[in-house]
Design a binder for this molecule. Structure first.
Ligand code: MEV
Length: 321
């Protein structure tokens, strides 16, 4: 048997725009996904035959294994909200890649895991996915993804994907977050309404092809992200929060927010440095940057959503056994 763990992620700025090459900044969160792999008579997930429609990510990860390996059984346990914008499918894919490779004794590393998991995301999202969620889950810490990295990022690997809109290329880098003795917290609020990333990414693609003016919202998200990143790299948390608020306004203009997300976001603003939807939108999660995480979590739960508090500095994926 082999087991691996990969964390979920929260996108501070840049979701959706990153699919078009603009920068995005994401951090690994404390919660994550564990995947255990063991020998079995047939391919199975949680004791049931593997259904490739229900588990497209696993199907894609398995397709890149050495020929003739398997069949294996997967046991999955997660502390993430599912289909909530916390990168649960990316974490599942990264952990499954590492556990499978470890089980068959094939060497692999975090960059291979990020690349393979990105292909799995693209397969499950009708060909459109940036490497943001998968790279953050694999590498941990704070990750920047962009068609051209800003100078403060340390380049880790390059990534490309053939999409129906042409070849997309990204560079993936990490940012050394400054040592701060009193960093704020992230609080995530799950609306309880699952959101399908592929559907939301396709909706934005339709919106900008039918109304080219909306493309300027993606350009603005790119500019806000560049400013937010400078603030983050120097631990200017108030400015980070302002960039998060500004990013949310553009995401809302792209019809990615919902009345419930708006209610949660406005309810936590008095106790937060910044707040926004995070991930694909259309449901899923919002998040707040705050020095008063208990109060923000309370507000989120008072409004009928589920709250999760996370610190900033979290490790990436690892093989456990
Ligand atoms: C989803 O967590 C982030 C999106 O930008 C999609 C992607 O980057 O593939 C919405």
């Amino acid at each position: 048997m082999a087991e691996a763990r990969a964390p979920g992620k929260a996108i501070l700025f840049g979701e959706h725009a990153v699919v078009y090459g603009h920068p995005a900044v994401a951090v690994a969160i404390e919660a994550g996904v564990n995947v255990a792999v063991s020998n079995n008579k047939e391919w199975a997930v949680e004791g049931r035959p593997l259904d490739s429609v229900r588990h497209p990510h696993l199907k894609s990860i398995i397709s890149r294994m050495r020929r003739g390996s398997g069949p294996f059984s997967f046991q999955i346990s997660s502390t993430l909200f599912s289909a909530a914008g916390q990168g649960s499918s990316a974490a599942l894919s990264v952990a499954a890649h590492l556990a499978l490779r470890s089980h068959i004794g094939e060497s692999s590393n975090l960059i291979d895991a990020a690349r393979s998991a990105h292909l799995a995301e693209a397969y499950a999202q009708s060909g459109r996915a940036s490497p943001t969620d998968t790279a953050t889950s694999a590498l941990g810490g704070c990750v920047v993804v962009s068609s051209s990295l800003p100078p403060m990022a340390k380049h880790v690997f390059g990534s490309e994907l053939e999409t129906s809109e042409g070849l997309r290329t990204w560079d993936v880098g990490t940012i050394e977050l400054p040592i701060d003795s009193d960093p704020p917290y992230l609080v995530l609020g799950f609306t309880g309404n699952p959101s399908k990333t592929g559907k939301m990414v396709a909706m934005v693609a339709d919106l900008i092809s039918s109304n080219s003016e909306r493309k300027s919202d993606l350009d603005s998200i790119g500019e806000i992200t560049a400013v937010g990143l400078v603030a983050l790299a120097s631990a200017e948390w108030e400015a980070v929060g302002m960039a998060m608020d500004a990013c949310h306004d553009r995401l809302e203009a792209l019809n990615l927010s919902t009345p419930f997300l708006e209610k949660l976001i406005s309810s936590v603003r008095p106790y937060s440095l910044g707040s926004k939807l995070t991930g694909a939108g259309g449901g899923g999660c919002m998040m707040a940057l705050t020095r008063d995480p208990e109060r923000v979590a309370q507000m989120i739960e008072l409004h009928g959503a589920r709250a999760m508090i996370s610190s900033f500095y979290n490790e990436g994926a690892q093989v456990l056994i």
